[in-house]
Design a protein around this ligand. Structure first.
Ligand code: C5P
Length: 219
């Protein structure tokens, strides 16, 4: 029987990739499936939390029993996250595009005599850092992911400090691990109190264990 340890809590989850337009028919995106974020949303709802689930265009359907807010771009995701606050906890599992095209074209770019276009990028807002840095209305627990392909733990520790979040879940997304787009994950939970490596397990099991930890931290 599921415990309802998160009853009465409001938890915000971001999930999936973002899509950054080039023109009305083209975009830049990434390979995030949304599987881990979806599993987290489901696990939190199963523990009785009210979940606001802000998702980019993912390849898996959103979980049942959550409020789904669909967005495409990082800027839209930031707006949706702001509108969803206050929350007791925020888990940022989305793979947000780091850059967007500086001036997306209103009209479809055409093949022409000028040859291929040159795209200029600008930095997207960092949603995790923005929420973690709130002086007013910061969720008590702000959690990010660090998907890395090398020096995973060092990068993750630095990321936790730089972004000001409470916990980071570090994972190795090198193609050989099969984690990105796969059914399993192997994470290390990094907090102010230390580090804990969890054995490789299904993304649902990672989500359930994380939901337990969140319930304990908020209790
Ligand atoms: O810097 P990096 O993208 O590796 O950081 C990953 C973490 O930061 C994830 O939790 C991701 O959801 C979050 N993030 C974000 N907004 C961005 C970039 C990353 O919320 N623009």
């Amino acid at each position: 029987p599921a415990s309802r340890a998160l009853a009465g809590r409001h938890i915000l989850v971001t999930s999936g990739p973002t899509q950054e337009p080039i023109d009305p028919v083209r975009y830049i995106a990434n390979r995030s499936s949304g599987a881990q974020g979806t599993a987290i949303g489901a696990a939190l709802a199963a523990q009785g939390a009210r979940v606001t689930f802000v998702t980019g265009p993912a390849s898996v359907p959103p979980p049942a029993g959550v409020e789904v807010i669909r967005v495409e771009t990082a800027a839209e995701m930031l707006d949706a996250v702001r509108a969803a606050l206050p929350a007791d906890a925020a888990i940022m599992a989305a793979a947000v595009a780091d850059w967007r095209v500086a001036a997306a074209s209103d009209q479809k770019l055409k093949k022409g005599e000028d040859g291929p276009p040159t795209l200029t990028f600008v930095q997207n807002p960092d949603i995790l850092a923005a929420v973690a840095g709130l002086s007013l209305g910061r969720p008590r627990l702000v959690i990010g992911f660090a998907a890395e392909t090398e020096n995973v733990l060092e990068h993750a520790r630095a990321k936790r400090r730089r972004k000001g979040c409470d916990w980071i879940l570090a994972n190795d997304v090198s193609p050989a691990t099969g984690i990105m787009g796969g059914a399993e994950n192997a994470v290390t939970l990094i907090t102010a109190d230390g580090e804990e490596s969890w054995e490789r397990m299904g993304k649902d099991a990672v989500a359930a264990r994380l939901a337990d930890r969140i319930a304990r931290a908020l209790a």
